[in-house]
Design a protein around this ligand. Structure first.
Ligand SMILES: [Zn+2]
Length: 164
């Protein structure tokens, strides 16, 4: 009798362990499933912006140099538009320019539009999808082999790390 009840207890413990393991597995799978927001061209579906974000993205302001959240980000992943989620830059294009803003020597093909400033001094860059102001592009400074510096406000972008 003693032996039998002992065995049942062990069985119960094992079963509880299996259930626990299963629960944590499911929780893990759910976490990985969490998708990155989809790119959208519909104004109605654009992400809501804070006043600070609007100052740059809508009113074409510039964030204070050296303050951007993504300035020193060295993780692998994709930089996306804060407003419409369109992928803009890959981490492989990011380089250290010490100008105080995130710098990229190339954009994701077709993701960024260049618009010369009215005074002809600089070239503005905007998200090709939703026209959000990103920053300015400078050519011929010799920072990298591509000789291009997309000088982008951190606040205009989100960062989506690569899946590990
Ligand atoms: Zn956009």
């Amino acid at each position: 009798m003693m032996k039998l009840s002992g065995r049942t207890t062990i069985g119960k413990i094992m079963l509880m362990g299996a259930v626990l393991m299963l629960t944590s597995l499911v929780a893990c799978a759910q976490k990985q499933k969490k998708e990155t927001p989809k790119k959208t061209t519909k104004n109605m579906e654009w992400n809501k912006l804070t006043k600070e974000e609007e100052d740059v993205i809508v009113r074409k302001g510039t964030e204070y140099p050296g303050t951007g959240k993504l300035l020193n980000n060295k993780e692998k992943g994709t930089y996306t538009c804060k407003r419409c989620n369109a992928p803009l830059y890959r981490s492989e294009s990011k380089f250290e320019s010490e100008c105080g803003w995130p710098s990229f020597d190339d954009e994701i093909k077709g993701a960024v539009e260049r618009i010369p400033d009215i005074d002809g001094m600089r070239t503005e860059i905007v998200c090709a999808n939703c026209k959000a102001h990103l920053g300015h592009v400078f050519i011929g400074e010799g920072f990298t082999a591509k000789n291009t510096r997309n000088c982008v406000n951190s606040i205009s972008m989100n960062f989506v790390p690569d899946a590990k």
